[in-house]
Design a protein around this ligand. Structure first.
Ligand SMILES: *Cc1c(COP(=O)(O)O)cnc(C)c1O
Length: 387
């Protein structure tokens, strides 16, 4: 199946790898190993074992009956990534990459995290595979996400505070890359979204494509036809590219990515290089990546994956924005009507799906990728609603 269009790490003009030479060698080796193992039978058997027995796949494609009835337009289905172990799609990628790391002989896993969600997924994967785990996290982020720091520590990870720069995600990325350059022989850098230098966007898409592999089979079984549209939120873009992958070659299926209006990389960004790859990026007047603020920590990133940048400029996918306020309303609507508390990130996708469904007919089907559960956000929402 030709779901991968990547050539030398480029999706159109986007992607590539803009990194120092010593790191380029590490990336070349990673590309070679990934290309080998992704088609290796034993590797795939082990991956499927963990997808089923540890993550709990396949997860359901649930008809949102009450929401559909209330809107009176298209039928809305939810792809339930929120039901995965640890509560989001991030674990699909963490398990996939750690199996690759194990094959490559790594003993030590490093990662960076902003809000802590990718750090928790990585620490979880390291716990089950008995790997040493070092998570770089900006000092400012650590103070704001103290509970996630504790979660990672419970899982056996060492969380290293990064004080350099502004003590935020970007500084943590720099530290992780320095560590990798110094220790690449036994260290594997586990990257959390469909971003970064080649081959990471391709690797992350590969492991997240299980989402659309399942949803396509499920919708054909339940409805006997393909959906009208797939709707997914996009921060770095990993859940969205996983939700789109198996529909890229189905031109009748609309692919809709939803960004926060507070961090609209795809809608308002310009081509630029950040974190070692080229993508649509929000820049400030000095042409530096612009600080963003979304209520959904996982969507708070001034860039976005290279394949989304290409899908946007080529017109294959559509990208829209939803405000924090609209997402907050969708968070409450889905909770009340369906008994499902969605992550604030996923609430952005739900908010747009509601608008889209109203414009379509009862013959249309929408699949919303419910990237995660909202338990992590309940305290934040409580504070927003009571202040
Ligand atoms: C991290 C996260 C996201 C954003 O990451 P992508 O790479 O854009 O998918 C979305 N939803 C949830 C629940 C997350 O934890």
């Amino acid at each position: 199946m030709s779901i991968s269009v990547v050539q030398n790490g480029f999706y159109g003009e986007f992607g590539g790898s803009y990194i120092p030479e010593n790191l380029q060698e590490v990336m070349n080796n990673l590309t070679k190993q990934f290309n080998y193992y992704k088609d290796d039978t034993e590797f795939n058997e082990e991956l499927h074992f963990y997808l089923k027995e540890y993550i709990g796949r396949e997860n359901p494609l649930t008809l949102a009956k009450n929401l559909t009835a209330k809107i009176g337009g298209a039928k809305i289905y939810l792809k339930r990534e929120d039901l995965n172990h640890t509560g989001s799609h991030k674990i699909n990628n963490a398990i996939g990459q750690i199996l690759l790391a194990k094959r490559m002989g790594a003993k030590r896993i490093i990662a960076e995290t902003g809000a802590g969600q990718h750090g928790v997924a990585t620490a979880t994967a390291c716990a089950i595979f008995g790997m040493d785990c070092v998570i770089y996290m900006g000092k400012v982020d650590m103070e704001r996400q103290a509970l996630n720091v504790f979660r990672m520590e419970l899982l056996g990870a060492k969380v290293v505070p990064v004080e350099k720069g502004q003590g935020r995600l970007k500084d943590a990325v720099d530290e992780a890359l320095n560590d990798l350059a110094a220790n690449y022989e036994h260290t594997f850098y586990l990257l959390g979204s469909a971003v970064g230098p080649h081959p990471y966007p391709t690797i992350v898409k590969h492991f997240q494509s299980i989402i659309s592999e399942e949803s396509k089979k499920q919708i054909l079984y339940k409805e006997g036809k393909l959906p009208t549209a797939i709707v997914a939120c996009a921060g770095g873009g990993s859940n969205a590219i996983g939700a789109f992958a198996h529909y890229l070659d189905e031109p009748s299926v609309r692919l809709v990515g939803v960004e926060p209006s507070e961090a609209p990389s795809l809608t308002e960004g310009v081509p630029a290089v950040i974190h070692g790859f080229k993508c649509l990026t929000l820049l400030d007047e000095q042409k530096n990546p612009k600080p963003t603020y979304s209520i959904a920590a996982g969507l708070d990133y001034p860039g976005v994956g290279p394949e989304h940048s290409h899908l946007k400029t080529s017109g294959r996918a559509e990208y829209v924005t939803v405000s924090g306020e609209e997402a907050l309303e969708a968070f409450q609507t889905l909770s009340k009507l369906e008994g499902i508390i969605p992550a604030l990130e996923s609430s952005h996708a739900v908010a747009h799906a509601v608008k889209l469904a109203a414009d379509l007919t009862a013959d249309d089907l929408i699949i919303v990728n419910l990237s995660g559960r909202g338990d992590k956000d309940v305290e934040q929402v409580f504070n927003m609603l009571t202040n």
